[in-house]
Design a protein around this ligand. Structure first.
Ligand SMILES: *Cc1c(COP(=O)(O)O)cnc(C)c1O
Length: 364
């Protein structure tokens, strides 16, 4: 049996008729950018997370970039972020000219909130929280520190659509929640897409201006903005996906609960969930000291896996100018060398799950 790490075609097939009907409806409407579908999606997504406003954007990276810009964070400012994130989180900071200050992760792969305070300086302006792999970060600690030091909080929710901490949905704790709708995300489109959510009307207004060349009224440009609009086709298709998000998340949870209860191998460490936190299982990430051997063993059984992420941002060529070296963030680096995401997707059959479980249990 051949099993790929992800199967986007399966997620499409689950609601194929609805997606196709919506696509044709939008194509026939004659209106393709910033129209009724985007407006409806923004309202539905804001309701889903429990925020007052949602502004659709072209990508998750744009959401992060424009979020810091809207908060006025740029050159000379420092933003705290966990070391083991996807590099886009860091780019959202540096695209504004601000400096990322890395914090080591905890055992749940999220920012270790006990290591934040030692990193705060006069220049620190914000904390960028990444709810990595779908699990909510310990937000009570984050918000207490933000209050104590008067810091802004931006949440990178690209992997955590609907995940909660203490009953509250991620993206609604801080000033701005940033989302991606890249096809492989839990609320995935059929191309690029993103959004911010906020309770602050001023920030929402500013985002609408920034995404559209800096104009509120057509051809009257207040600032040098971006072209970062969610298109009607994506918005329409995302409305279909969002309408099924409860069952989609439940399906991921079912698969991952099977993994947690049935995977049994001393060579691997399974992911765990923090007290008061939930995960929407964007990835099921195991750790293995003999990772390269495990990958090859699974490859021989035609089971594909992915490493999220092999090179931490501080060691990436893109950030060589920050001057970090191997050994600067040992926990982050240890994760980069041992984590492995095993196959997980909506529409994964029981026999595919069985095959993955049996194969991993047989690794020795
Ligand atoms: C996917 C992702 C992004 C970037 O989103 P895009 O829509 O691909 O630009 C940012 N942060 C994290 C944690 C992500 O997983």
């Amino acid at each position: 049996m051949k099993i790929m790490p992800n199967r986007l075609d399966r997620g499409f097939e689950l609601y194929q008729e609805e997606f196709e009907k919506k696509a044709i409806e939008v194509l026939r409407s004659g209106w393709y950018v910033l129209g009724n579908e985007v407006k409806a999606f923004e309202e539905e997504f804001a309701t889903f997370v429990g925020a007052k406003y949602c502004v659709g954007l072209a990508s998750g990276l744009d959401a992060l970039w424009l979020a810091f810009r809207a908060l006025g964070i740029g050159k000379g400012d420092e933003v705290l972020v966990q070391g083991n994130t996807y590099i886009a989180s860091v780019m959202g900071i540096t695209m504004n000219g601000a400096t990322p200050v890395f914090v080591e992760p905890d055992e749940y792969f999220n920012m270790d909130t006990t290591k934040i305070e030692e990193k705060i300086t006069e220049k620190t302006k914000a904390i960028l929280v990444v709810h990595l792999y779908g699990q909510a970060t310990k937000m009570d600690d984050i918000m207490a520190l933000a209050k104590k030091y008067n810091l802004r909080v931006v949440e990178d929710c690209a992997q955590s659509h609907g995940a909660m901490y203490d009953g509250k949905i991620t993206g609604t704790f801080g000033d701005i929640g940033c989302f991606s709708f890249y096809p492989s995300k839990n609320v995935g489109g059929f191309g690029d897409g993103g959004a911010i959510v906020t309770d602050d009307e001023k920030i929402a207004d500013e985002m609408r201006v920034l995404r559209n060349y800096g104009s509120e009224k057509r051809y009257y440009n207040k600032v040098v903005g971006a072209n970062s609009r969610l298109d009607e086709l994506q918005a329409g298709l995302l409305r279909v996906r969002l309408s099924h998000i409860k069952e989609l998340t439940a399906e991921r949870e079912h698969i991952c609960n099977r993994y947690t209860s049935e995977l049994n191998n001393n060579n691997i460490i399974l992911p765990t969930i923090r007290d008061k936190a939930t995960t929407v299982w964007h990835q099921y990430v195991i750790k293995c000291d003999r990772r390269e051997e495990l990958i090859e063993y699974l490859n021989n059984k035609e089971i594909g896996t992915i490493i999220h992420y092999p090179i931490p941002p501080h060691l990436s060529e893109a950030y060589s100018y920050l001057g970090f070296r191997e050994g600067d963030f040992p926990i982050t680096e240890k994760y980069a060398n041992t984590v492995l995401s095993i196959p997980l997707y909506n529409g994964m059959s029981a026999s595919e799950q069985d095959y993955v479980i049996e194969a991993i249990n047989g690794f020795n």
